[in-house]
Structure formats: C-alpha cells, structure tokens
Design a protein around this ligand. Sequence first.
Ligand code: KIV
Ligand code: ZN
Length: 514
Amino acid sequence: MSDRLYIFDTTLRDGEQSPGCSMNIEEKMRVAHSLATLGVDIIEAGFPIASPGDFEAVHRIALEVEGPRIAGLARATQKDIERAGEAVKPAGDRARIHTFIATSPIHMEAKLRMTPDQVVERAVEAVKLARSLAPEVEFSAEDAGRSEMDFLCRIVEATIAAGARIINVPDTVGYMTPDEFGARIGELMTRVPNSDQAIFSVHCHNDLGLAVANSLAAVENGARQVECTINGLGERAGNAALEEMVMILRTRSDRYDIETNIDTTKIVPTSKLVSQITGMPIQPNKAIVGANAFAHESGIHQDGVLKHQKTYEIMTPESVGWNTNRMVLGKHSGRAALTARYKALGVTLEGEKLATVFERFKILADKKKDIFDEDLMVILSGDSEVELERVKLVSLHAASGTRDTPIAAVELDIEGEIHSATAQGDGPVDAAFQAIKSLVEPKGKLLLYSVNAITAGTDAQGEVTVRLQDGDRIVNGQGSDTDIVVASAKALIAALNKLPNMHAKEVHAQYSGV
Ligand code: KIV
Ligand code: ZN
C-alpha cells in the first residue's frame, strides 16, 4: 500500500506575494477552479486580513470552489484569526485556518520582540481560538529552519495539544540543505510525544534553489503535506514548484511509494493559466512546464527519441498535459466541437459565457488557420476581463518602416466615451504606447515588457506582458493577438485597467503627440 501525500497549493497566497504577481478576484477564481481540477488537496486562498479584496477572494473561493479544503492565512492574533475564520466559513467542513508565528531567535527578538515563553503562549491561544472557528487548524512555526530544535519541539507539542492537526515546518528563508532539513523533520516527529496526532507539513523557499530537494527530503523523513506553488511562484525566489514535486514522486515511484491526488495531465494547462494571469513568464528550460522541457535539439537525441522515446525522455509530454495534437477546429466548427474541446481541457462552458467565448473563437479562427489549446486558453482568459474594463481598445493603426518615423493612431473607449490620439515613437509599439498613455491618468511606469509566441508559426498569437508601477502598486497586463502591436496595446490597456482610479486624462479630447 502506498502512502498519500497531501498537496497544499499556496499559489494564491505565497505565490501572489511574488513582486508584480497580484491578481484580481476574477483571476483568483479562475486559478482556484483550475487548481481544483488539477486535484490539489488544499488551496490556500489568501490572507484575509491583508485587504478587503483578499478577504472577498478567500470568501468566494470557499463558497464556490468544490473539492479541495480551503485555507485562509492568519498571524497569531485575534483579529487575523477571526477574519480568516469568517472568510473560510462557507467551505463548511473543508474550511481550514492556517495560523503562524515566528520561532527563530532572530525573528522573535528583532521582529516580534517577544520572549520564547510569550511566543508559545501566543501560539497556543491562537490555535485554540482558530479551533473554535474552523474544523481544521494548521500551525506554522515561521522560520523553523533557523529555529532552535528544543524550542521547536516545545512549541509543536504545545500547539498539537491545543488542537492543531497540521504542523507546518517552513524553511522561510530557503536556508536549509536537504540532509539537515530532512533530519529536522525526522527528529521533530520522533521527539514530540504527541506527533502522531498531526500531519507534518513543509513549506520550502527557493533562495538557494533547494526548495523541491528540501521538500523531498522532508517527505522521505515522514512529512505528508507539501506546500508548493504552480511554476514555483512565491516570495523572492519562490516556493517549491508543485509540478516538479509531483512529477518526481510519479516518475521515481520506484524510490518513493507515495501517491498524490494530482491529475498530472492538467499540470501544463494550469501552469499556462497562472503564467498568463500573473504575467510571470515561464523560463523555456523550466522543468516539466518550460517550452523546451521536452524539446530535443541535437541530432543524436532526436535520433534516439525517434528510435525509442525512453532513450532521452523519462516521462512523456502527454503525461503532464503537453498536447502535441493540433486542433482541428476552424472557422466552420460549431459550438458543440468547441465545448467538447474545452471540456477535455477541464473547462465547462455554458450559456452566456459560451456565447462570448464562441464569438471570440470565431474572430480568431478568421485570422488564424490552426487553433491550439493554448489559443483556447487565451480566448477564455479574455472572457472575464470584459466586465472589469474601464478602458477598451476600439481601434489601432500603426505604421513603421525602414525610412519612416513609426506612428500610431488609437481610439479608446474610456468609460463609454471615445477618445483618440496619435503619437510617434521609437517603433510601432512605442508609438502605440505613447498614444494610449496620452489619453489616461495615471499612466504608470513601465517596469517590464515581454513578448512570447504562444503557438508556432508566423501566424502564431503573440502574447505580451506589461508590468506597470504606480506609487507602491505594481500591476501586470496581458494581451494576445496575431498582430504583435495590437497584442502590446491590449496588454498595456489591461495593466492600466488594474490601476486604481485610472480615468480619462482631462482637457484633451483630441491629443496629438506628433
Ligand atoms: O514562508 C513562510 O514561513 C510562510 C508562512 C506564513 C507559512 O509563508
Ligand atoms: Zn512562504
């Protein structure tokens, strides 16, 4: 009989803490549904006390997303815990409060300014309060990797006695090495007298590139919950990547007789969705989900794979959801075929949503011969943004050439009124950006502009990510189109739409930057 490992996904909480990765509620809902389809056991949906938006996202996920347990994060304070309890309540018996306090000497002294005794007392009170508000409580000893072992044993024993049923041991700063972290988990589980009453969990950061290796070492030593994120998103260098953790256990089942509930064929679609929504591109050589993860370039490798796939492939691309089949859908395809293909991708479309998506599909099929699954996910992602758009692109004309100064003319619908502008730039994209920015306020500072071809061929859809900063707010926008200038304009507008108080620039009904 193999053991079971619980996958706790924190893409929506720790992942969202990656600089520039903030998501709006609709985006979080899409990610949460996709995580449920992927088969994660627990979704950490957010940090409810952080903002009303965070609270609402956790609350809606708890209300609408079926399947996984829904966790809300809370510091070990009454306010945090009560707010988290209220947010996760709609999940009923699947609701979890995840409360934490730091336990390392440096955190207790410099950050909390509390003695170890006070920290234990606070942790116990927090767990007891959380236990009165939710059926399941997880306790995390923040910076456990750098905490003293005797103290860690003491606080773990006390919090289990207070009612925590999941004990999480975070390597908050990514300092541990696999052998010491594994040993730490093993020691905790043997030394803490009531350890059999809890599931031991780990939460590893990737500052030294060891998050997955450390999590694996913990599993070898008895941990049965791993906290991870899609594409390894998370604070600083990120968290353990879910896709890597799951595929190690599956591919090396000869070594690890441990199962997860993950439907591995949903890994790539989920990874792409998260990348599109957060605007965080996936590096091409990223394990499992990078565009080159299954690409064989050298002649020797290609020859080997053609003769026998296993010569150079330890897992199949299909097993993680890389779909090499071309879509046969085209402009003559009907709703039934489209609905069926989306269903295969784990998305159910009905009613008005289906009508909108179908209309977008037809527009794309007119411009593009081959429609790939990735195209369908892009069409889908445009779907819910519509209601949130204060600014919409009405038209764009850009001209450039080796002898001409690039110029762009745009028409924008800003809260129901049409505004137009023309501007010159260093290239057609720059000209389009100048024209758009001349019509709105605030404009934000451009931090990142990146272009990706989502599918192959010169008629591929280009996907553009734009990151803007306005004060301390950083937002991302994505746009895709077969025309890269149009994709760029859409991305900029999507980002502008996320800036609070974004509005039409007063005075100029007509502006010319030329
Ligand atoms: O890294 C960390 O310690 C955390 C905790 C809140 C679990 O994210
Ligand atoms: Zn963390």
